[in-house]
Ligand binder design. Structure first.
Ligand code: ZN
Length: 371
């Protein structure tokens, strides 16, 4: 089972030992951030720093001025890694250590872009803007994201690209000093609070046969009892959650909303967060049990114990994910993990690579090929 780990360029740039240390974990691939949102990240092993603060969304490479000339929406550059091309520098070191590098590109989650271009963000059924969430249905946002994905995908040294936040970012959002938990929403109500009702999306719903104001009116009507104190309808499991959405909006409205959203999202593979117990993994990977041939299903498991991960059960969890149909692993996150977490990862990947090597008869390869 092919194993990759997420990584930031600042985990490697300025640390001459980083690439070899990562290769020793038993990974085949590193998914390296090329365009990333704001964060405050620990770097427990770096010789020169312990905390990196990325103040805003930015590309971690020099963007091509010609590609962005004349565009209102353009990527932001960074100054928190002292290197003109942090992605390129890290990719070269990782490749030299024998690791394949994929470009990790965060698309429609960009608070600075949303703050600078308020007309381009998600608007909920009440008209409130979500500045962290550019609306991907809007032509100017779509054009920006396609250009960004294309530019970041072909960075020198990248052999693949993994896109994060390709759809509409919702209400759930890790925000500084959050105070939105006063009314528990649950999955279905949160979905309703995440539906975009900007003019472009309203036109999209209308194009699928709904009356112009149908979606925001239905959302407000459905949520009124929740704001008044009624328990939010919730399912437990995705099928039940969707059934609750259909009940809240009405089947026809819910179907049109889903069709509008599904139209914008298609890919040749998917990375599915499934950290948790066996039931969580089954619920997360289950919907992808039948998928088109030639597509990739990667199970994303957190291996940082301090962030809710379970590196000690990685081998068993990965085997369970494989039994549920996953072909690859994504481990979150090789830079943020402490020493004990990384030791557990190394042991688990050794066990997984050994068992895969035993199955791949006569391949002669030291690491396991994709299965
Ligand atoms: Zn919209």
């Amino acid at each position: 089972m092919r194993a990759a780990a997420f990584l930031y360029p600042w985990d490697v740039v300025g640390d001459p030992r980083a690439a070899a240390r990562l290769a020793e974990l038993g990974l085949q691939q590193v998914t390296l951030a090329a365009a990333y949102h704001s964060t405050r990240a620990l770097t427990p092993r770096h010789p020169r720093h312990r905390i990196v603060t990325a103040r805003h969304s930015a590309v971690l490479y020099p963007p091509d001025p010609d590609r962005w000339a004349g565009r209102a929406l353009r990527p932001y550059t960074q100054d928190w890694v002292a290197d003109p091309d942090p992605f390129g520098t890290a990719a070269r070191a990782l490749t030299a250590a024998g690791l394949e590098v994929h470009s990790w590109v965060v698309l429609a989650h960009n608070s600075r872009l949303g703050a600078d271009h308020p007309s381009s963000v998600v608007r909920n059924a009440y008209g409130d803007r979500y500045p962290w969430a550019p609306c991907i249905a809007r032509p100017e946002v779509f054009d920006h994201l396609v250009r960004l994905a294309a530019e970041a995908a072909v960075r020198p040294g990248a052999r693949g690209v993994e896109l994060e936040s390709c759809g509409w970012y919702g209400l759930a959002h890790l925000h500084g000093h959050d105070k939105v938990a006063g009314v528990g929403l649950g999955g279905a109500a949160e979905y309703l609070m995440s539906l975009c009702c900007c003019p472009v999306c309203l036109a999209g719903y209308a194009g699928l046969g709904l009356a112009e104001d149908e979606v925001p009116a239905a959302v407000r009507r459905a949520l009124e009892p929740v704001w008044a104190g009624a328990a939010p309808p919730d399912g437990g499991g995705r099928a039940a959650e969707w059934a609750a959405v259909e009940e809240l909006l009405g089947e026809e409205t819910a179907g049109a909303v889903r069709a509008w959203r599904d139209r914008a999202a298609c890919a040749d593979g998917v990375v599915v967060p499934c950290t948790g117990d066996a039931a969580v993994r089954a619920a997360a990977l289950g919907p992808f049990a039948s998928r088109p041939a030639g597509t990739t299903l990667a199970a994303n498991l957190t291996v940082v114990a301090g962030m809710g991960g379970s590196p000690g059960t990685l081998a068993a969890d990965a085997a369970h994910a494989a039994a549920l149909g996953a072909d690859e692993l994504r481990l979150y996150h090789a830079g943020l993990a402490g020493a004990a977490d990384l030791a557990a990862v190394r042991g688990a990947l050794r066990a997984l690579n050994r068992s895969a090597g035993g199955r791949a008869q006569g391949s002669g390869a030291e690491s396991a090929p994709p299965t």
